[in-house]
Design a protein around this ligand. Structure first.
Ligand code: T4K
Length: 375
C-alpha cells in the first residue's frame, strides 16, 4: 500500500495567481490609498464577472454568506422558506437571520439537489420563497422549480455557492430564479480570498442591494434601510481580477482530475458517483462519492485515508436539520434521503494543482478497503 504523505493532502487547496501579478495589482491601491467602499477594482471585477457569468445584473459582497443574507433581505420576505437540509450552515442561517422560518425539503438521490417533486407538498399559506442549493455544482431542476414558483407566486433565490461559471444549455446558472448567490471563498473554484456575489434579473434590486451592503445608506444624510457591512474591499477585488484571468485553465485542470477519479471509481459495486448531466457545463468544484453497500462504510474510508495523511471531508454531514442549534425545531427523519446521503458521502480532495498521482493513491486506498469485501 502507498506510503503516508509527508505533507497532508487536504480536501482542497486555494489556487493563487503568480505572486508578481498580485503585487503589481497592489501598486495602484498604494498610490490612491483607496482600500475599500466600492473602489476601482471593485467596479472592474463587477464588470468582468457580469460578462463571465452571463449575468443580467450583479452585485459584489464581502463573502457569500452576506450576499445570500442581503439578497433575502432585499426580497422583503415574510413567513416560510422551503430549502434543503443538505448544504453548508450558511444557507439556513441566512434564512433564519432574516427572521424567516426554514421548511426542509428532501433531496433526490441522483444529484443530491432538492427533490422538486416534494416541494408542493410543503407549501402553505405562509410560504414566501424557495431557496434551493446547486450542491457540489449539480444544477437543480430549475425548470420544475420555476413552474412551481410561478404557480404559487413564490420567489426563488438559489444558493449557487458551488456553481461558479456553470451553464445549463448555454445559459449562465445565475439566470435562473429571482437571484443567485455565488461564493468566492478561498476554497472555491474562483475566489477573491473571501467574497461573493448576487446575480439577479430585476433592475430594481440594483440600488437596493448596493445600499443594503453599505448599512442601508441611501445618501449623505439618509439611511433608509437596516443594512449591514457587506462590502468587498480592494484587496479582495484585486485577487478576484487576477484569478479570473486564469479561471479557464483552473477548471480544465479540475476536469481532468475529476475524469480520472471517475475512470478509477466508476462501475465499482457499492460506490456511487453523481450522474453527469450532458446539458450542464460543470466547474468540477467537488468530487462527492457515496458509499452504499461497499466493503467499507464512509467513516471507515475516511479513517483509512486519514492514515495516509489524506483528509477527505464529509460535506455535508450532519444535515442542517440535525445541528444543535436547529434540532429542537426539526426532525432529521423528515428528510430521509438527505440523512442517508449525508451519512454515506465523502468529498475527495480535488484542486487544480493536485497531481494525478495523488488521485490515484486516493483511489488505491479506497479500492483496497473494498477488496474482497464487496461481493
Ligand atoms: N452556501 C454554501 C452551499 C456553501 O458551501 C458556502 C460555503 C456558503 C453558502 C457560504 O459562502 P462563504 O460565506 O463561505 O463565501 C469551507 C468554506 O469556508 C466555505 O466557504 C464553504 N462553503 C464550505 C463548504 O467549506 P470549511 O470550514 O470546511 O473550511 P476549512 O477551513 O476546513 O477549509 C477546507 C480546506 O480548504 C482546508 O483543509 C485547506 C483548504 N484551504 C482553506 C483555507 C481557509 C486553503 O487551501 N486555503 C484557505 O485559505 O468551510
Amino acid at each position: 500500500m502507498n506510503k503516508k504523505h509527508e505533507t497532508p493532502i487536504m480536501v482542497t487547496r486555494s489556487s493563487l495567481p503568480p505572486l508578481e501579478e498580485y503585487v503589481e495589482m497592489l501598486k495602484p491601491i498604494w498610490e490612491s490609498a483607496w482600500l475599500t467602499n466600492m473602489g476601482e477594482y471593485h467596479e472592474e471585477l463587477k464588470r468582468q464577472l457580469k460578462r463571465f457569468l452571463k449575468a443580467t445584473e450583479l452585485e459584489l459582497f464581502v463573502n457569500g454568506h452576506m450576499a445570500l443574507e442581503l439578497a433575502l433581505q432585499a426580497m422583503n420576505l415574510q413567513g416560510e422558506v422551503i430549502t434543503t437540509p443538505f448544504t453548508f450552515a450558511s444557507t439556513t442561517h441566512a434564512i433564519v437571520r432574516n427572521g424567516l422560518t426554514p421548511v426542509f425539503c428532501d433531496i433526490n438521490d441522483r444529484d443530491y439537489t432538492m427533490d422538486a417533486e416534494k416541494i408542493e407538498g410543503l407549501i402553505t399559506e405562509k410560504t414566501c420563497a424557495i431557496v434551493p442549493v446547486h450542491v457540489y455544482g449539480n444544477i437543480c431542476d430549475v425548470d420544475r422549480i420555476h413552474e412551481i414558483a410561478q404557480k404559487h407566486g413564490l420567489k426563488v433565490i438559489y444558493d449557487a455557492a458551488h456553481a461558479f461559471g456553470e451553464e445549463l444549455d448555454g445559459t449562465g446558472v445565475g439566470q435562473f430564479g429571482d437571484a443567485s448567490m455565488f461564493s468566492f471563498h478561498a476554497t472555491k473554484v474562483f475566489h477573491s480570498i473571501e467574497g461573493g456575489a448576487v446575480v439577479f434579473q430585476d433592475e430594481a434590486l440594483k440600488d437596493l442591494l448596493y445600499q443594503l451592503k453599505n448599512f442601508g445608506i441611501t445618501g449623505y444624510e439618509s439611511v433608509e434601510y437596516v443594512g449591514a457591512n457587506g462590502k468587498m474591499n480592494e484587496f479582495q477585488a484585486a485577487m478576484g481580477l487576477c484569478n479570473l484571468r486564469h479561471i479557464e485553465g483552473e477548471i480544465e485542470k479540475r476536469s481532468r482530475l475529476a475524469r480520472h477519479y471517475r475512470e478509477r471509481l466508476s462501475g465499482i459495486p457499492g460506490i456511487r458517483l453523481c450522474e453527469e448531466n450532458p446539458r450542464i457545463k460543470y466547474n468540477y468544484a467537488y468530487m462527492p462519492v457515496v458509499f452504499d453497500g461497499y466493503g467499507a462504510d464512509r467513516d471507515q474510508i475516511f479513517e483509512a485515508l486519514k492514515e495516509h495523511n489524506i483528509f477527505a471531508r464529509k460535506y455535508f454531514y450532519p444535515c442542517v436539520n440535525s445541528y444543535q442549534c436547529y434540532r429542537e425545531q426539526f426532525q432529521a427523519e423528515d428528510t430521509p434521503v438527505a440523512a442517508r446521503i449525508a451519512s454515506q458521502v465523502l468529498t475527495l480532495p480535488l484542486y487544480a494543482d493536485m497531481p494525478v498521482e495523488v488521485a490515484d493513491e486516493i483511489c488505491d486506498v479506497i479500492l483496497a478497503q473494498g477488496n474482497g469485501r464487496n461481493e
